[in-house]
Design a protein around this ligand. Structure first.
Ligand code: BGC
Length: 496
């Protein structure tokens, strides 16, 4: 066989292997139906009393009560502080709600230092001292005189990790997700930790009055910003139902009837009822949907990422198939595997010789995938440059074509799976049938849903293919709630 023939045979083998992988990433309409049905079952289990005796039983989704029982209507007014610890950044902001669905905001943002994301040697004190120092910098820049005059500030803290919320301003960390691995934070009260470090810096007049998950913040901010009354008629035409994040991590919350929250003791629910409370926003923590892998599509790459590379093996398995933190890592694992089978990047003999960045877990950012996704340049030049720049990885035109097919398979699976909790919550709450027009609004935030090309339309496509059908999809509106988490925690602080 000539060199050319060999080369061609190798390329054909690469293409047929990629065909198989792409197939494994497909989510069929039948799978969507199955997943939505299972998601509803898991929500119901999570709302019901938990059987503490038998740890082996499946407890369903976490379904965490947020203690938020009302939703803003856009007339709220005031200036409040908000702090927001997400997967990648920490922000301190002051939010002015103008009372007419609009707001203005000053903010200071910093990337979480890599040292705080180390697997060992980091303590809660180190993390929260850093957050307090950043908050102090913000206060000095914008409120120095007020601070000296002893003015009191209310702060809403958005903490984007699973917290067992015990009141509007207290809650303990269940486990870290995304990048952090600080052991002594698990089980500790997040507000006490942060307030303690704020106080140590002599800022006792900054009081954390609300602790909010970012999805709850997004939901509230969407309710505040959306003017969903139809001025031509008297009634509302659409109802904000879900607040969700598709970014570094993924999660969602929705408004549930308190009477269905049977895991909360009856006496407490009676008290809420006496106070006229009928609904509560529930943080589903859907990132941990189907940790038992009964229904989620699973490839060998998903298993490897969870077991070998992630900081929380066995948990948040839905998030590991969907969110921005994992999309690039899935592609990296596929490429390394193809290389070890001699199908791609054959200029490098062993995996150990591959460019260092391709060997390093989580080094392939989903932003790179977003460039490849829409590359329609001749010979996929954009992809070539993007891979050279981000990974120092030279590629041939055939390799790039196959990489683009992989990228599109990974992002499509992510978006199709993202449609599952949305459809499930819409069906469970019966929102589409509630009103004459029955329109539903979903407030979303996060880098993937906001910036990944075509992500929202792929979600819509999957909503139409799944149990909502084309009609349900048409009535569902995915809206970006910009700066949702900051505005939302300010709204929480306002009512606290
Ligand atoms: C966390 C959620 C959070 C989501 C989006 C997940 O990893 O468990 O609490 O809402 O990321 O930031």
């Amino acid at each position: 066989m000539s060199f050319d023939d060999l080369h061609k045979a190798n390329e054909q083998q690469l293409t047929s292997t990629v065909d198989k992988i792409v197939k494994e990433f497909e989510v069929t309409p039948e799978k969507l139906d199955e997943l939505v049905a299972y998601f509803i079952e898991q929500m119901e289990k999570g709302l019901a009393p938990q059987d503490n005796e038998d740890k082996s039983t499946n407890k369903g989704l976490p379904m965490i009560p947020s203690y938020v029982t009302g939703t803003p209507n856009g007339t709220e007014k005031g200036t409040l502080l908000a702090a927001d610890l997400g997967g990648t950044n920490f922000r301190t902001c002051s939010v002015t709600l103008n009372g007419d669905h609009t707001f203005s905001m000053e903010q200071m943002k910093s990337k979480i230092p890599d040292e705080l994301l180390e697997p060992t040697g980091v303590t809660s004190e180190m993390l929260f001292a850093y957050l307090a120092r950043r908050t102090q910098l913000f206060m000095k820049k914008y409120y120095e005189a007020d601070m000296q005059a002893g003015k009191e500030f209310k702060l809403g803290f958005t903490f984007s990790y699973p917290v067992d919320q015990t009141s509007l301003n207290s809650g303990t960390l269940i486990r870290w997700t995304k990048g952090f691995q600080i052991a002594d934070t698990v089980g500790a009260d997040i507000v006490q930790l942060f307030q303690g470090e704020i106080d140590k810096l002599g800022m006792q007049n900054v009081k954390i009055v609300a602790l909010t998950n970012d999805t709850v913040g997004t939901f509230l901010s969407h309710c505040y910003c959306s003017d969903n009354t139809d001025s031509m008629t008297t009634g509302e035409i659409s109802e904000p139902v879900i607040g969700c994040i598709f970014g570094t991590g993924t999660n969602g919350c929705y408004k549930e009837e308190i009477s269905k929250l049977t895991k909360v003791p009856q006496a407490i629910r009676d008290k809420w009822a006496e106070q006229g409370k009928t609904h509560m926003v529930i943080n589903t923590e859907w990132g941990s949907f189907d940790n038992d892998l009964k229904h989620l599509p699973t490839t060998k790459y998903d298993i490897d990422i969870d077991q070998k590379f992630s900081s929380n093996p066995g948990f948040h398995l839905f998030e590991k198939r969907v969110s921005g933190m994992f999309m690039g890592e899935i592609l990296r694992n596929v490429l390394v595997d193809l290389h070890s089978n001699g199908l791609i990047f054959n200029q490098y003999r062993t995996n150990a010789q591959l460019p260092h960045r391709l060997q390093t877990p989580f080094e392939l950012d989903s932003e790179v995938l977003s460039h490849i996704e829409i590359d329609d340049s001749t010979g996929l030049r954009e992809t070539e440059l993007s891979l050279l720049q981000s990974l120092r990885l030279p590629t041939s035109p055939t390799e790039r074509r196959e990489i683009q097919r992989l990228v599109r398979a990974i992002s499509r699976r992510s978006a199709y799976l993202s449609s599952v909790p949305l459809a499930a919550i819409i069906i469970k709450t019966g929102t589409l049938e509630m009103r004459y027009h029955g329109e539903v609004e979903i407030g979303c935030d996060g880098s993937v849903v906001e910036y990944y090309p075509g992500f929202r339309s792929m979600i819509r496509h999957a909503l139409a293919l799944g149990p909502l059908g084309a009609e349900g999809e048409r009535k569902t509106h995915l809206k970006i709630a910009k700066d949702g988490s900051g505005v939302g925690s300010a709204l929480c602080a306002l009512v606290a």
